[in-house]
Design a binder for this molecule. Structure first.
Ligand code: ASP
Length: 325
């Protein structure tokens, strides 16, 4: 496992990720890296503004994920990946650690910010997860902002799909893990502990590129890709979703804190290592009720960053020192 862990701090903590499955180090030039760092920074700064003013963890993770959804570099909202049929089907979830309320959407295209759709499900419906046409109709009825399909389309994601489809025609695996695995992956997420000690998590994704239409990943599944509980921790995951679902990865983090006496660093390391042993690449960001922070991953890199009450923003891509500003 690579990544980093911080000890407890009394004030607020916010961490974000922009997906595991980064471009291979040799292919990432400085200009491109700078764009990713800038995208992560603006998400952290949107959340920091809320937390520094005494705002709620739930509002901070929502604002941070909205910023990442609006950035076409990341596979969520604008810039979401395509299914094998060339459609876009997005998943998102939010969870409020105060009473373990949660909302999620799956397989939707239309609402401009799927994380706001997930939050509307939590706040305005009696359900936790709405999918497909019903979810879209619910969002329309609740006045959420919509965008046309062109808004979500990016040429790079379209080309990634063509690359995958061509490899399938030639009988090859979707991507070469050594060369271009970044084409398949991506997700955005945020976790926070606010100054009042409340935790929240949010995750949003276009899912794995070239997925079957109708496929739903771990991001909107509470306990798999997203989880928050004031008594333990808040978690947002990224990676090969089928593994995170099978291993209940986000809840496994909380269970280890609640029942095994592990601290956040130990739980994060064990969960990510266990996934790696099973073949599930990816990582997660997590905060605990004392303000501890973990950002582990078991693959080449994970776009990620964090900010605490001192206001300094730290961002990283690979297993390397963070850039701070
Ligand atoms: N976890 C996401 C999914 O399986 C994809 C990713 O994070 O790369 O849909």
């Amino acid at each position: 496992m690579t990544g980093s862990t911080r000890n407890a701090s009394p004030g607020f903590v916010l961490a974000v990720h922009g997906g595991a499955g980064t471009l291979r180090r040799g292919l990432m030039d400085e200009a491109r890296a700078a764009l990713y760092h800038a995208g992560l920074r603006s998400a952290l700064s949107a959340g920091r503004e809320i937390l520094a003013a005494g705002g709620a963890a739930l509002d901070a993770v929502t604002a941070a994920v909205v910023a990442l959804e609006d950035d076409p570099l990341f596979n969520a909202g604008r810039g979401a990946s395509f299914t094998s049929a060339g459609t876009i089907e997005m998943d998102a979830a939010v969870m409020d650690g105060r009473e373990r309320r949660a909302g999620a959407v799956a397989g939707i295209c239309g609402p401009k910010n799927p994380v706001l759709a997930a939050r509307a499900v939590m706040e305005h419906s009696p359900h936790v997860l709405l999918a497909g046409d019903g979810a879209v109709a619910f969002c329309r009825a609740h006045g959420l902002a919509f965008a046309e399909r062109d808004y979500f389309y990016t040429e790079s994601r379209w080309q990634a799909l063509q690359h995958i489809l061509e490899r399938r025609r030639r009988g090859l695996a979707d991507t070469d893990p050594e060369e271009d695995d970044a084409l398949r992956h991506g997700t955005v997420g945020a976790v926070a502990r606010d100054g009042h000690g409340n935790l929240a998590a949010a995750t949003s994704t276009g899912g794995i590129a070239g997925k079957m239409p109708g496929r739903i990943g771990d991001s909107p599944i509470i306990g798999a890709g997203t989880y928050a509980d004031n008594e333990s921790c808040a978690v947002s995951a990224t990676g090969h979703g089928e593994f995170f679902m099978r291993f209940g990865a986000a809840f496994e983090m909380a269970a280890r804190l609640r029942h095994c006496g592990q601290n956040l660093a130990e739980a994060a390391r064990d969960v990510v290592d266990e996934l790696a042993r099973a073949g599930g690449s990816g990582g997660l960001v997590a905060v605990d009720r004392d303000g501890g922070l973990a950002l582990p991953f078991n693959c080449a890199g994970m776009y990620r960053g964090y900010v605490t009450a001192d206001g300094v923003i730290h961002t990283g891509i690979y297993d390397e020192p963070y850039r701070s500003s």
